[in-house]
Design a binder for this molecule. Structure first.
Ligand SMILES: NC(=O)C1=CN([C@@H]2O[C@H](COP(=O)(O)OP(=O)(O)OC[C@H]3O[C@@H](n4cnc5c(N)ncnc54)[C@H](O)[C@@H]3O)[C@@H](O)[C@H]2O)C=CC1
Ligand SMILES: O=C(O)[C@@H]1CCC=N1
Length: 266
């Protein structure tokens, strides 16, 4: 790393990324410089991770080379206005705010600022994140590789065209929420059939984890993997029919599209 990694905002996502970077030992805890305007959060993060806590947004920009803006989209403009004068051409500004484009970000920053827009997700917290990175014209190949290595330290990461960011937000940024709903529902079904709550979450979550690994590691089409589970006249196909009757796949598709459309209009 060329220097410290800064965070402005240390909520769910800021902490997920911080935790991921620290677990992978990409930098030391002291090389992570954090400001959160909510003192309780800042104190908690300092205690939990032993990072360098500072007292303002500007101090983060001054003390770090790569600055991750992890505030809510509706506070992003205020943060950009606050830090603008401290942003020099050598700094890399990374925004993870949903719906805020590179053009939006560049309007608030000096003309030649290096900017990267990222859509990560919360599984970063356990080293299994999925992030898409969109870069502006001032980002060099070396900058790109360095920031990619941050996001690869806690999962998979890929440089993507900004035109695909709404699709990314639907399929990986927001979809952990859908997956948790699915796991909860699987477990509820098992509980209805007599299994304990604790066992039901373990059986459901391990099955989702294993099924995801099958897709990633076998390279087989998900339909083929589904067919491997459904014996003729067996029990699984009865469940598949219920999901089809209830438009399960259509509901999931529409959920992804709704996220993307909202993201495009934030
Ligand atoms: N939660 C998620 O699954 C994902 C969130 N995102 C994006 O990440 C961003 C952050 O989301 P969350 O972490 O969920 O929100 P959050 O509300 O948990 O965290 C935001 C943090 O920023 C702090 N903050 C606000 N203004 C500040 C300022 N001026 N200086 C320093 N700290 C400030 C708040 O005190 C809070 O701790 C959002 O823009 C969201 O679109 C992106 C991908 C996934
Ligand atoms: O709900 C949101 O706005 C963000 C974007 C992706 C996940 N959370």
């Amino acid at each position: 790393m060329r220097g410290n990694i800064g965070f402005i905002g240390a909520g769910n996502m800021g902490q997920a990324i911080m935790g991921g970077i620290l677990a992978s030992k990409l930098v030391t805890a002291k090389e992570i410089v954090v400001f959160d305007r909510y003192q309780t959060t800042l104190d908690a993060v300092k205690t939990t991770y032993d990072i360098t806590a500072v007292n303002s947004e500007i101090e983060v920009v001054e003390q770090a080379e790569i600055i991750i803006l992890a505030v809510k989209p509706n506070t992003l403009a205020d943060v950009l206005v606050t830090v603008k004068d401290a942003v020099t051409p050598d700094k890399i500004i990374v925004s993870i705010a949903g719906g805020k484009s590179l053009t939006f970000l560049s309007k608030y920053l000096p003309e030649n600022t290096k900017i990267i827009r990222v859509m990560p997700n919360t599984p970063a917290m356990v080293g299994e994140g999925m992030s898409a990175l969109c870069v502006n014209d001032w980002i060099t190949r070396a900058d790109e590789a360095e920031v990619l290595s941050i996001f690869e330290s806690f999962g998979k990461a890929k440089i993507m065209d900004e035109g695909l960011i709404d699709a990314v937000t639907g399929v990986s940024g927001a979809s952990p929420a859908f997956v948790y709903m699915f796991i909860e529902a699987l477990a509820d079904g098992a509980v209805a059939l007599g299994m304990s709550r604790a066992d039901a979450y373990t059986f459901a979550a391990q099955t989702v984890l294993g099924s995801a690994k099958m897709v990633l590691e076998t390279g087989k089409h998900p339909g083929e993997l589904k067919d491997m589970v459904t014996s003729p006249a067996g029990s699984t196909i009865e469940g598949v029919k219920i999901l089809e009757d209830n438009k399960f796949r259509s509901a999931v598709m529409n959920a992804v599209i709704a996220v993307g459309e909202k993201n495009a209009n934030m």
